[in-house]
Design a protein. Structure first.
Length: 437
């Protein structure tokens, strides 16, 4: 008698074979496994499916039934897997913190390549930084692309490329900070350069000229969405006060009306509570400490927060630039260690600049000179700097919910979409928002 034949109750042979109870049970086991996919589970599923198919192959109907069960389970498993949403997003921008600068900082501070914490983050991409009108961006066009998802012309802050710098406004572009404000999240903007400089201002203001400090201050005091930035920290106090005076604005009084404390000293910010504007006279304050304090404030909002932190690496003073890279790396490390699993942390540079390794060897101090190029010239350091922007791709590195989208070659305007998707939001004019956690 063929193995596939079975006896009917009337004693006659039947060509129809029912799958064994063991086959069905194993199919159900595999169905459960599909809901919990991972590296180990993939291996277990493969082994289980192979066993099922070997047993089921003895009869065509049994084989088809097993395939049907597995297909149904796969579809249900895919449908049941909802992407994890971020409650918070922290965007850390290394102004001029390109690949060559990071490499130089690693060799200088750690005497080895890939020694920075930034270089250990699990998800990475290479990002084009060009502006709409030129290949080498400035910080205004750079931050606009990052926080609005659209490239614009150099010198323009969070307006579209129909703007003419200093002459004509373009279309206002909604920033991710404004999306967060509109939804009731807390927001913060922090920098070690003036709070009205391009990278910081591009998050909350829209001007056709990054140099228009007065307009930037006016827009900070009159936010388009929500109640405005909750934590603003940076330098440039003298210029901010002068611009406010020129507008006949009592800045301290106006800020207090809006619920802000207005502080000159970093230590006073750290001792304060509530909404805060800290504008300091100099740039040599402890930015990492301010960032940690800000996260403590912002995380009190159950809806979440968006925080942008800029650490400027620009300088024509080589050691200062290398030290700023160490500060930048400390910020990234401390943020990642502080926040929970519900927070997407993204590091990226708005553009690169010419700080490069030109020589040296392991164990050799990188600021020691090498042989002079010709007789009579002083020795040159192994790391050299030319304080100008450059147009090569920069590193983006991320961890947390949504970080898996940071991969391959991307444009600076793509980072906005990655952050929005992590929140589960859709930009206006596109598909409806994804339901939150």
């Amino acid at each position: 008698m063929p193995m596939s034949a079975r006896m009917r109750s009337d004693g006659k042979k039947s060509g129809i074979t029912q799958p064994s109870q063991g086959t069905i049970c194993r199919a159900k086991q595999s169905r459960k496994l599909i809901h919990f996919r991972g590296t180990r589970q993939h291996t277990e599923e493969f082994r289980m499916d192979t066993l099922i198919l070997r047993n089921a192959r003895r009869s065509v109907p049994g084989f088809l039934l097993v395939l049907l069960i597995l297909s149904s389970a796969a579809v249900q498993g895919a449908d049941s897997q909802q992407p994890v949403r971020a409650r918070n997003v922290v965007l850390i921008i290394g102004d001029a913190g390109g690949l060559s600068a990071l490499h130089a900082g690693s060799l200088y501070h750690h005497n080895k390549p890939n020694g920075l914490f930034i270089q250990s983050l699990p998800h990475i991409a290479l990002m084009d930084t060009s502006a709409s009108d030129v290949w080498v961006t400035d910080s205004a066009a750079g931050v606009t692309a990052l926080v609005t998802g659209q490239k614009t012309n150099n010198g323009v802050l969070s307006q579209a490329n129909d703007a003419v710098r200093g002459k004509k406004d373009g279309t206002f572009l909604k920033t991710i900070l404004e999306y967060a404000e509109e939804r009731g999240l807390s927001t913060g903007v922090m920098t070690n350069v003036p709070v009205t400089d391009a990278t910081a201002a591009g998050c909350y203001a829209h001007t056709n000229d990054r140099a228009n400090t007065a307009e930037i201050i006016k827009q900070f005091l009159a936010p388009r969405f929500g109640d405005g930035v909750d934590v603003l920290i940076g330098a440039g106090r003298q210029n901010v006060i002068m611009a406010a005076d020129a507008l006949d604005i009592d800045l301290k009084a106006e800020l207090q009306k809006r619920g802000y404390g207005f502080f000159k000293k970093p230590e006073d910010v750290l001792a304060s509570r509530g909404r805060v504007v800290g504008v300091f006279p100099t740039m040599d304050f402890d930015l990492p400490a301010q960032v940690q304090h800000a996260i403590g404030r912002l995380s009190q909002n159950p809806k979440g927060y968006f925080l942008m932190v800029e650490c400027d690496v620009h300088t024509d003073k080589l050691k200062l630039g290398l030290d700023h890279i160490a500060v930048l790396d400390r910020i990234v490390r401390e943020v990642v260690e502080r926040v929970g699993e519900d927070t997407l942390v993204i590091f990226g540079a708005d553009h690169s600049f010419d700080i490069r390794v030109r020589g040296g060897k392991p164990g050799q101090p990188m600021l020691d000179g090498d042989q002079p190029a010709s007789s009579g010239e002083p020795p040159k350091p192994f790391i050299r700097v030319d304080n100008g922007h450059s147009g090569e791709h920069v590193l983006v590195a991320a961890t947390g919910p949504g970080a898996e989208k940071v991969r391959g070659f991307i444009a600076n305007s793509d980072l906005f979409g990655i952050m929005m998707a992590a929140f589960g939001w859709a930009p206006e004019g596109t598909r409806r928002e994804i339901s939150s956690r």
